[in-house]
Design a protein around this ligand. Structure first.
Ligand code: REY
Length: 431
């Protein structure tokens, strides 16, 4: 049966209400049930984005304390974006979708792509011991390169202790320059969290070691490798890795960290070395560049089919069975049945979501210029449903959001249990 015929049969089956499970599974994209719905399906095969819903999600984010927020949808259906609030609370400059910001752990996807290109070039093997490449670095020869990329090494996340007290923790490292070895030493000073390979436990230490592997295998700093392998080929003119420099050059959004103490003023955290994160989280980019990057990755423009397959091979990160992790890449299964791939980011002053569909035909970048405010991050996650499913997020309500606290790591869990299903989990909870 050719594809058009198959789609036609599936359509009839759906209209007749007798779609067998296999027809539903085999359908390449959503099959419209009615002529009215068919008119809503765009070139990407996805429902038209719900732009009112997108804006509502951003307004919810602002209502939860973000000075500003943005969402930009890109891909074959064209570009659509929405903003709320300000990118600078001093000047009052409006949020701007062209502006640069710190992308936090979306950096991990860049690092993973560089490392997997080195796998394609046979310079690194995913199932070889890390210590084979970096002799004596780790206390356990069983930890492989794949364990790092899947967060299954058991290396403790040193950032939990570092940022236990949010503002003092940040100010202590704002201008500091760590070596990779310093960060590995910090991680190894804590007990390991799991036997190698046994379970998923998100840790920045993994991607610090990935940076070390990249530098060892290439003989060049990671900045050069991001540049020549991703930034230049994709012409990402607003993307950079400037560590240990502290400035975000050009048009940019300022970032505002929420202190732990209720009512304390936001702390402008724009300028920092991000040395505590490096190859785990120190890149700067903007919405268009992140859309280009995620779409190109998913469309197979950066990796061999084999490495992309490896990257997309996921395991669950929680018990919802909607959140998964591959190699430096998340998969979120949305309520409409669409899976999207990408990463989230949290760096002081900035929350980011950068995702694309499996075929790369639609991307979403969303950003809010605050952090340590899990409820704002949760609200920002509502942009995913609006962008890919065409559904509205639920409005912020006292029941849905107000029970959660500032810190995105712990108490915000209460937001998960009380928040409506369409609202995304806070990033740190979903780690
Ligand atoms: C570090 C703390 C978050 C952020 C982190 N980010 O691991 C990586 C990521 C790069 O996954 C900070 N939280 C905040 C605290 C909590 O200080 N006490 O929210 O800005 O993106």
């Amino acid at each position: 049966m050719n594809r058009r015929l198959a789609a036609g049969v599936a359509l009839l089956a759906v209209v007749a209400g007798v779609a067998p499970a296999t027809a539903a599974q085999a359908a390449p994209a959503q099959v419209p049930a009615t002529a009215a719905e068919a008119a809503q399906i765009s070139k990407s095969g996805l429902p038209e984005p719900d732009l009112e819903g997108l804006l509502q999600a951003l307004q919810n984010t602002a209502a939860q304390g973000a000075p500003g927020a943005l969402a930009r949808i890109g891909g074959v259906d064209g570009v659509q974006s929405r903003t709320v609030g300000v990118r600078d609370t001093t000047t009052g400059a409006a949020m701007d979708t062209r502006a640069r910001f710190r992308i936090g752990s979306v950096t991990k996807t860049f690092s993973s792509v560089v490392l997997l290109q080195l796998v394609d070039e046979k310079k690194i093997d995913l199932d070889t011991s890390v210590n084979h490449y970096l002799p004596g670095l780790l206390p356990d020869d069983r930890i492989t390169v794949r364990h790092l990329l899947t967060h299954r090494s058991g290396l403790a996340d040193y950032t939990n202790a570092m940022f236990e007290q949010t503002v003092p923790g940040f100010e202590a490292v704002r201008n500091k320059q760590f070596s990779y070895q310093d960060l590995v030493t910090l991680s190894l000073s804590e007990p390991r969290t799991t036997e190698p390979g046994v379970s998923y436990k998100y840790s920045n230490a993994n991607f610090v070691v990935v940076g070390m592997l990249i530098e060892k295998a290439t003989g060049r700093p990671v900045a050069k490798e991001y540049e020549r392998r991703i930034i230049k080929p994709l012409k990402l003119k607003d993307t950079s890795y400037v560590h240990p420099r502290t400035e975000i050059k050009g048009l940019h959004t300022r970032g505002y960290l929420t202190p732990d103490e209720a009512g304390a003023p936001l702390v402008d955290s724009t300028e920092q070395t991000a040395s505590w994160a490096q190859s785990a989280g120190a890149m700067i980019s903007n919405p268009a560049d992140l859309g280009t990057f995620m779409s190109a990755l998913m469309a197979g423009k950066l990796l061999s089919p084999r490495s992309l397959d490896a990257m997309l091979t996921v395991t669950p990160t929680d018990t919802t069975n909607t959140r998964f992790y591959g190699l430096g890449l998340r998969r979120y299964d949305l309520s409409c049945g669409t899976s999207v791939y990408g990463h989230t980011g949290t760096v002081q002053g900035f929350y980011t979501y950068a995702f694309a569909t499996r075929d790369g035909k639609r991307s979403l970048t969303a950003m809010a210029n605050t952090s340590n405010r899990g409820v704002a991050n949760t609200a920002l996650g509502g942009t995913l449903e609006a962008a890919f499913c065409g559904k509205k997020p639920v409005k912020a309500t006292a029941r849905g959001f107000s029970s959660a606290q500032n810190d995105s790591s712990g108490p915000a869990r209460s937001a998960v249990t009380s928040a409506p299903a369409e609202v995304d989990l806070p990033e740190r909870n979903a780690r």
